[in-house]
Design a protein around this ligand. Sequence first.
Ligand code: G1P
Length: 294
Amino acid sequence: MLKVRKVVIPVAGLGTRLLPASKAIPKEMMPVVDKPVIQYVIEESIAAGIKEIILVTRSGKSAIEDHFDSNYELEKELARKNKLDVLAMIQHIVPFDVSIVSVRQHEAKGLGHAVSCAASLIGDEPFAVILPDVLINNSGQQGVDLARMVAAFECDLAPQIMVGDVPLEDVQLYGIVDCGGVQPKSGSSVAIKRLVEKPSQEQAPSTMAVIGRYILPARIMALLAEGKAGAGGEIQLTDAIDALLLEQQVQAYRMQGASYDCGDKLGYVKANIAYGLQHDEIGADLNLFLKTLG
Ligand code: G1P
């Protein structure tokens, strides 16, 4: 059986939608409550059974790699002060059997190009792609939707693309799928006929948008290498998946959880509220506070 053991997480974006906050801090390091956004997506990957995490990064983003590395001075100090619970929290973000490696994207040529930078590390294995701007919240349980996508792929080898409904006025912000008028039920998948990256409202085949989680075969790397620039003059992952449809079935998996676009100011604030309300330490008090705002 072909297992999904690897994930590619593109983290080379500039984060212009979050300026000025993201001027000197990678946007992936912005905290949602008490963890950086990137930690949520890495925990999501691990919860779905992924063992090798490949970050596609760029200069100025080393804080991301540092966050998952040991910090000897801090660890020594926490041990000396007997703060063992905090020590355990920072030591066990990533289990010993999971590795994090990084590769650089030297040019800003789009999402498809970023994914293709990991080609030699993927080899001939299937893999997941997670866009770290998007957090998927499954009622506080991590990795539920991603694990279902992995299981669906491992069952019949059909690549899985996570989708969710968006308002018609937002279709030009997303990859949009055409499933021939069939709507997948939440938590299940249907065959895709076509994908279009950032269509106009008139051209959009549906309002079902690609939401930043993919399970793909290694073959996509060859299609990306052949790919021409698409929407926005960039190499688009959506276009390569559309090309893959000529060779095999690809399915749209409808997410069960709620998605938050943390690359956007409003989405980022909403994520902080949603995750804050679920947080053991502050959830109840935050709920009381929100009620006082009326
Ligand atoms: C990317 C993808 C798009 C997808 C979106 C999800 O676009 O190209 O297909 O719908 O992520 O967030 P971006 O947001 O990077 O412009």
